[in-house]
Write a protein that binds this ligand. Sequence first.
Ligand code: 6GU
Length: 225
Amino acid sequence: MRIDIISVLPELMESPFQTSILKRALQKGLAEVHFHQLRNWSVGKHRKVDDEPYGGGAGMVMLVEPLDLCISELKAQRDYDEVIYLTPDGETLNQRMANSLSIKKNLIFLCGHYKGIDQRVRDLHITKEISIGDYVLTGGELAACVLADSVIRLLPGVLNDEQSALTDTFQDNLLSPPIYTRPEEYKGLKVPEILLSGHFGKIEEWRHDEALRITQERRPDLLQD
Ligand code: 6GU
């Protein structure tokens, strides 16, 4: 998988991809992430990438031309499965969306800034708009990192057996059951007997029951669809 990320602040996204699991995934060649500084496609000596909105109002709007030039240049080099605009107006990210993106080959992520992008960028290029939740960030960069992380960790070979995505919270629309490691007792709090029993069938049954109970309690909406 290849992800091209377009932003006015690519430096904001460096460390997540230079650390731990994502770093290893990139080193192993399981994913490629390329950053593109939008200002490199700005025209004129002021490297302008935004301007005031027609019709007035607060905030700046990202210019259509640098975005069109940048995206068109990328599209001339390869076919993209999706051109995704990260915006609080988008569809809220969930595990199903991460799963479906994880089987794509080439993706563009466009990080929004200021009040947003000129509508004509959407009309010309954007195939999907994604938000990471109902709150507002200073820009799409952190959201792009979240989306990339959720997708890259699903690629074959990225996680080892211990980290397996197959037992994730959400992978079967259930939250995780309680988990314990040593010691068996801490400040009077004991590990449930069943987990020490060695009866793997019963343990799996207990975990499933607990997952159901916790999901019912905290997120009954997940059991609906
Ligand atoms: Cl994708 N961008 C911004 N600026 N804020 C957000 C978001 C995206 N998702 C949730 N909040």
